[in-house]
Write a protein that binds this ligand. Structure first.
Ligand code: ZN
Length: 349
């Protein structure tokens, strides 16, 4: 007989369908997830976790995040064989269905965590989502998976305060746009600035009833483990304590690593481990451990695998992050005092 102590703690969502959205030679291709899954298997972590099977997201729920016109035009583009939404963002014949399944995977995790089947979870999904705005996909993203997850938690499960932490190196402009006027989602983002997509200044803090519920921490190239540690301790932690979230969602990009080919921040795998531990610790203290991580960017395959292994160890409550094949950044850190002062001032911390 199962006791509460034997219930699986960490759920994960994966489906081989996620590999069918692919463009060889593009940085956001199927090998990312293949490599990530292999790393998690080799680390012995997957067998300790509860597998969840994703289902395509309900179109009514998706329609509360994206416009009907965009959803219809993406479906039509895939049915015609595919094309590009912009120079960076490809759509193949399977991409519409894969994107529905990725967003649906997040909903399954929300359900599992809020219904008590799992304490926390991770979505090993593609395509990523945090750049997708209501009326279009962009920046490799088709549907905003994490926004759909937040919407599900608010609308289907009656929550009223969801914290989204976005540690991808790029600003989560889509997630920001979708909840810019809402106090029901506190959006916290660290990102290289200026950098793609160009948004994410600390002066962007929300609008109307949502004023103060968007918290941007724009970082100059070169910020690494020490700076991120200070930001999570001195900004994210007091913000979360003040907000008292009922659920924490994480847009986990591993492209803020020092060896990522697309950007210039300086995190190490050990630095990512520290971020994940901080977020899991906040969830344990503030919302019964409820935290769901979803994969966004990360384009060095070795980093992606090691970063996800470290993140899963944190979700499982382990005391060791696993191997860090690349080690610490070889470059000196840029200080974060100036941006810390600005962000704290803007948000009364
Ligand atoms: Zn990114």
């Amino acid at each position: 007989m199962a006791t509460s102590a034997s219930l699986p703690k960490t759920a994960y969502c994966y489906d081989p369908q996620f590999l069918k959205h692919d463009l060889p030679g593009h940085p956001e291709n199927r090998s990312r997830l293949e490599h990530a899954l292999a790393a998690l298997e080799q680390s012995g972590l997957l067998v300790r976790m509860l597998p969840l099977t994703p289902r395509p997201v309900d179109l009514d729920l998706l329609g509360r995040v994206h416009s009907a016109g965009y959803i219809a035009s993406l479906r039509a583009l895939a049915q015609r064989g595919g094309g590009h939404l912009d120079a960076d963002t490809y759509v193949g014949p399977a991409s519409f269905d894969v994107a529905l399944l990725a967003a649906g995977g997040l909903v399954e995790l929300v359900r599992a965590v809020l219904e008590g089947q799992a304490r926390n979870g991770i979505a090993l999904v593609r395509p990523p989502g945090h750049h997708a705005v209501p009326a279009r996909g962009m920046g490799f993203c088709l549907f905003n998976n994490i926004a759909v997850a937040a919407r599900a938690a608010l609308d289907l499960f009656g929550l009223s305060r969801v914290l989204i932490v976005d540690w991808d190196v790029h600003h989560g402009n889509g997630t920001q746009d979708i909840f810019y006027d809402s106090p029901q989602v506190l959006f916290f983002s660290t990102h290289q600035y200026p950098h793609y997509p160009g948004t994410g200044h600390w002066r962007e803090t929300g609008t109307g009833a949502g004023t103060g519920y968007t918290v941007n921490v724009p970082l100059p190239a070169g910020v690494g483990d020490r700076g991120f540690g200070r930001i999570f301790d001195e900004v994210l932690t007091p913000l979360a304590e003040r907000y008292q979230p009922q659920l924490i969602l994480v847009s986990a990009g591993y492209d803020a690593h020092w060896n990522d080919p697309l950007a210039g921040l300086n995190l190490s795998v050990a630095g990512y481990w520290r971020l994940a531990r901080t977020v899991v610790g906040l969830a344990e203290r503030l919302c019964e451990g409820r935290v769901i991580v979803t994969l966004e960017g990360g384009y060095n395959l070795e980093v992606l695998g090691a970063g996800l292994v470290a993140t899963c160890h944190a979700l499982l409550g382990d005391s060791d992050p696993g191997p860090d094949p690349l080690g610490p950044s070889p470059w000196a850190e840029r200080p974060v005092d100036e941006v810390l002062r600005a962000v704290k001032g803007a948000h009364g911390l």
